[in-house]
Design a protein around this ligand. Structure first.
Ligand code: HQG
Length: 180
């Protein structure tokens, strides 16, 4: 599998497992998992050349560990980033003192007015690592890194989740907890 093919299939998996399962005749079940054999069959029916071995390779090599199998490898899901309505079943966790959010200049006025909103996703995505936040921002342009007073938010009763692939998730970050 070339790197190009790997990236293409990884993007397709994100599309199906996070956003449009129905377009490929897939249903997301409990905690966002779907049946591996069925996924492969449906992909093959759509002329995508994918086997279990290839799927496993994509899961293992994905740079952000976007996908995860269940224990017996019969099911697969995206670890976060969904726009479809799924309950991933992560348990609430206490965040570190500071978390980072990478964004760009053009959103700043709105963010400093409304706080961080989840926009099209299920959660606001935050990172404990400034480098990762910078990479997230660089998708959109020159990075602006916001510091979020996560421990203060937690103490004030806000809920945080930590996804299988290390992303910190919360519903909304009010302006008072953003340090720019
Ligand atoms: C901004 C990728 C206006 C926010 C990445 C961001 C990450 C506001 C954009 C993951 C706002 C939403 C998530 C407000 C927030 N007004 N703009 N009130 N509040 N924004 O893509 O955090 O490749 O939904 O700053 O690497 O950029 O999908 O969120 O710029 O991990 O695995 O609205 O997506 O991962 O954009 O990225 P996104 P994000 P994957």
């Amino acid at each position: 599998l070339s790197e190009k093919e790997n990236t293409k299939l990884s993007k397709l998996l994100s599309y199906i497992l996070r956003h449009k399962p129905e377009e490929y005749g897939i249903e997301l079940g409990e905690n966002g998992y779907t049946n591996v054999d069925e996924l492969i069959t449906k992909l093959n029916a759509h002329n995508e050349n994918i086997s279990f071995e290839i799927l496993q390779h994509i899961v293992d090599t994905n740079n952000k560990k976007r996908f995860a199998f269940n224990e017996d490898l019969t099911k697969i899901r995206a670890s976060q980033g969904h726009s479809v309505d799924v309950e991933l079943g992560y348990t609430e966790q206490q965040p570190p003192e500071i978390l980072y959010h990478g964004t760009v200049e053009k959103f700043l006025i709105a963010i400093m007015k409304d706080g961080l909103q989840k926009m099209k996703r299920h959660h606001v995505h935050l990172s404990a690592d400034k480098t990762i936040a910078t990479k997230v921002a660089e998708r959109r342009g020159k990075p602006i890194i916001l510091e979020i007073k996560a421990a203060e938010m937690f103490a004030a009763g806000y809920t945080f989740y930590h996804s299988d692939n290390g992303v910190w998730l919360t519903d909304h970050v009010p302006v008072e907890f953003i340090e720019s």
